[in-house]
Design a binder for this molecule. Structure first.
Ligand code: PLP
Length: 421
């Protein structure tokens, strides 16, 4: 790294050199992964004959929007599913998951979550938010949908025998899997493990295998063999280009049901003007495999750099990865605050702002966040969150390109190291 642009301390510069050495083997594998996934996506564009005219968009009802239809087909092909809906009109990952769950579940049905307590924003959707005693108006529970849960085993695996026991005894309509760890220290789930679960479920029941795929897209060579996959476009599959949106992909019959919930019964996917946003959806999807590779390298580098500086990383720089999230255990609040401030200072947007810990709704402690992003809340861009409590971890993710991601992480490390100077 040339010294004239950023004045990082000698300790950080030498740790970064050592970290790159430690990460070299991983980087080669990430390059091979990104190349394969990029070719898969390119082939999906070619086979679906994406044309320049598909990028123009529609207005009004949006009937016959060829760009929208091709984006659906490209998305399905890229994720290895029969069918997909990829739409700007989904406001967030939570909204997309909500549409899909309401599309598939009916009063009297029960869903079974097999990865422990779901991601925070999903609990009120299911009606299991303990802060409101499960009373969340408009939740699935409010509509008479039951919820059950199987926790992960102590080593963070899906308890497949416990799941199949329940499926044999009771009527379960949908098995819910969260691939990413969210903001916990459990390992994320590999595609192999989810596929083993899916096979076991299919052996004993007709339940829908539903995967919250957020943060997982293009991190492995294939996506989970689920009946339905759901994700957000301001994470991996938007490639840092899409400014909002989400996707629902999977078996045609299920995607169709979700489409009736997304717009209206009988209209389904045939309507929805794209107002020129097809271009961003398609360009983002096209970039996604490469950008995910850059985010993975940024995460591995961050793990290796902080290991060099004497901290623990989860996953470690040498472990296999199934999502783009990197936790760093920084031991105390001062380090977490310094990290987030340093990360912010090394971001392309709002670098001059100083993040402060705040009482985020729903958290029992103060939380500090760094997000110098082009798209508000985008987490395929370099960003980090740290609740100021045990285990004193910051969860960081993203990085649109490795050169900038690496520099942002070094800026964070420099701020942490300068505390002890
Ligand atoms: C991001 C995310 C969601 C959806 O969150 P939004 O902020 O609504 O996009 C759901 N589940 C997991 C595991 C996530 O990481």
């Amino acid at each position: 790294m040339r010294p004239e642009l950023f004045h990082f301390s000698g300790r950080v510069l030498s740790a970064a050199e050592a970290a790159l050495g430690r990460a070299a083997g991983r980087f080669a594998r990430i390059d091979a992964l990104a190349e394969y996934n990029q070719q898969k996506v390119l082939k999906a564009f070619i086979d679906n004959k994406v044309a320049e005219t598909d990028l123009w968009g529609s207005t009004g009802y949006g009937y016959g929007d060829a760009g929208r239809e091709k984006a659906d087909a490209v998305c399905a092909r890229a994720l290895g599913t029969e069918d997909a809906l990829i739409r700007y009109t989904f406001t967030s990952g939570t909204h997309t998951l909500t549409v899909a769950l309401f599309g598939l579940l009916r009063p009297g049905d029960t869903m079974l979550c097999v990865t422990g307590r779901p991601y925070d924003t999903i609990c009120p959707v299911m009606g299991i938010d303990e802060r409101t005693d499960g009373k969340s108006p408009g939740s699935l529970r409010d509509f008479g949908v039951g919820y059950r849960q199987v926790d992960l085993t102590p080593d963070g695996k899906i308890d497949i025998p416990a799941v199949t026991d329940i499926l044999k005894k009771d009527k379960i309509r949908l098995v819910y899997v969260q691939r990413s760890r969210g903001y916990s220290l459990r390992p994320s789930l590999g595609v192999d493990e989810i596929n083993r679960l899916a096979a076991a479920v299919r052996e004993v029941s007709g339940a829908i295998v539903f995967v919250d795929n957020c943060y997982g897209e293009f991190v492995e060579e294939s996506e989970p063999d689920a009946d339905v996959l759901v994700g957000s476009l301001i994470k991996n599959p938007g490639g840092g280009v899409a400014r909002m949106g989400g996707y629902i992909a999977g078996k045609s019959e299920y995607v169709e049901l979700c489409a009736y919930r997304m717009t209206a019964p009988s209209l389904g996917r045939e309507v929805g003007a794209t107002l020129g946003n097809d271009r961003e959806v398609l360009l983002g999807l096209f970039h996604a495999p490469h950008v995910v590779g850059e985010a993975l390298k940024t995460a591995v580098f961050a793990a290796a750099l902080f290991e060099e500086l004497g901290f623990k990383a989860a996953p470690s720089s040498l472990e296999d990865r199934h999502d783009i999230v990197q936790a760093l255990l920084l031991e105390n609040s001062e380090n977490l605050i310094a990290f987030c401030r340093g990360l912010q200072a090394g971001s392309p947007v709002d670098s001059f702002l100083t993040p402060e810990p705040w009482d985020m709704p729903g958290y029992p402690c103060k939380v500090i966040m760094a997000a110098g992003t082009f798209t508000g809340g985008s987490s395929i861009e370099l960003s980090g969150d740290a609740p100021l409590r045990e285990p004193f971890a910051v969860w960081m993710q993203g990085g649109l390109n490795f050169a900038a991601g690496k520099t942002g992480v070094m800026s964070a490390a420099d701020a942490v190291v300068s505390l002890s100077r």
